[in-house]
Write a protein that binds this ligand. Sequence first.
Ligand SMILES: Nc1ncnc2c1ncn2[C@@H]1O[C@H](COP(=O)(O)OP(=O)(O)OP(=O)(O)O)[C@@H](O)[C@H]1O
Length: 528
Amino acid sequence: MPHPSMKLFVGDGEISHNMSTLLSKLKSRLSQSNGAAFLISFLSKSYFVDSAKLLVLGSIIETGRRLCRWFLVRFRIQYSITAQFNQGDPAYEWMLHFLNDQQVWKRACDFQVSAKSSARKWGINSGIAVKSHSVDYVPTYALPQLFRWQGYWLEIMRPKSQNNTLFAHPELGQLTGLESIFITVYTLDMSVLSAIVEQAHQRYIEVSRPDVIIHTADTLRYHHHPWGGVKRQPRRSFNSIILQEGVLDSIRQDAKEFLETQAWYTERGIPHRRGYLLYGPPGSGKSSTIFALAGELGMEIYSLSLASNFVDDSFLQHAAASIPKNSIFLIEDIDCALPSRADIDEDQLNSTGSIPHMLSTRRRAPQSRVTLSTLLNVIDGVGSEEGRLFFTTTASTQLTLLRPGRIDRKVQCHLATNEQATALFKHLFSSDANSSTSAKISEANYEMRLQKNINELSNTFSLQVPPHEFSIAELQGYLLGYKNKAEKAVEGFATWVEEERQYKRDQKEREDVRRKTKEKNESKGSST
Ligand SMILES: Nc1ncnc2c1ncn2[C@@H]1O[C@H](COP(=O)(O)OP(=O)(O)OP(=O)(O)O)[C@@H](O)[C@H]1O
């Protein structure tokens, strides 16, 4: 009968002649001497010797691996430069585009796929010839990629964030972290890195030229970079903006002159900044004017609305400080953080009349979390960065606090005049304006244009437009319903005017009822 522990050493299929000899030897030896001592000597001779050998071999390999890694890291430190580009910073965008340009993605094997939108993605051209690409393929560069650039070896890495939680905001909860790209250049020549970044920047400008890039403030990027959202819009031609005669040209001239005269400002110790206020009713072209100007000047827009619930004092200061030079800083709806005329009058009656007192104590309905003093500081004081255009828009006409220095030019955008209505009609229906889409215009429409004179139609149309009653956006909305039917647009306009008036009257009545009910409830509440 074999010893039970011997099962350990008998493998499947090894019951052979040798094994039976071994077992019989073992039997006789166990009977001759002390069984335990024999077992130890048996084990030490075979299994454990092999294990020990394996252990030593494994240790040697592991030490070798660690040594190689150690040398590699030392080598990288000694003979390479690594640059980090953080998401949200403009240079990150340049580098993503640079990598696409260098076709580094050809060796990439992981892509982020998302439906195409106006958000800037820098997707690659997948090479498939389809009419219009519906998705963006953006390489993630999760694994390090080596590539050559002008004779230098470069390595790109975009490690996945280990801990995606950046910090916990009291109201918005857990906020996610940002990604970074690391580019290692295997040289000690710092100028190579600068050349790469410069080339990336230049290419980015070239590629972005047909678009206007709009950076929007994004709460998720708060601690890192407040300008997390990037959108692009096709440039808008200056001719498509319909303001009063000469207004647009004068803004353009003014901005160009400002940008060309930095030295003049520096010599005289005047801060190099210029502020513009565009005010007027909704849909009168304030934002469109700024976008068209940005396209014309080749500048990027950094746009922020003070009404956003995550925009508070520290956010605003941080956002303003991180706008690069030669950009447009746009604050929309500035009135929601400014006191109204009524507030000022009331405060002046209650106090000595000094504005600083009023600023610190009282504001209109708290539509914004930004305090007035911070806003004014950002516009003109310590927090404001030089060398950029500052634009702000509002529907209010009572912005008395925006004195020169804060705001240098004020431009009023009106509800449509008859001249503007004529210009809009011609812009939408003349063949010149539609030349890029002429292929889509039906034959019938083309014939109609031949028969009818657009000038005549536009005059008839504008005579029916009640001056200063409808915004250009409203008129445009109506006309777009008749894209290739100019005649019909003119015919149906009088009815549309009546319908719109009725709609506005109803809306006003509803609002009045709501306001009165609210006031009643409030007075009831205060009396009890
Ligand atoms: N003066 C204008 N010239 C050309 N297009 C205009 C003009 N005004 C309005 N539009 C058209 O109306 C739409 C809305 O215009 P825009 O956003 O510029 O108005 P806005 O005054 O900034 O409005 P809001 O105060 O609501 O932001 C755009 O599509 C634009 O094409």
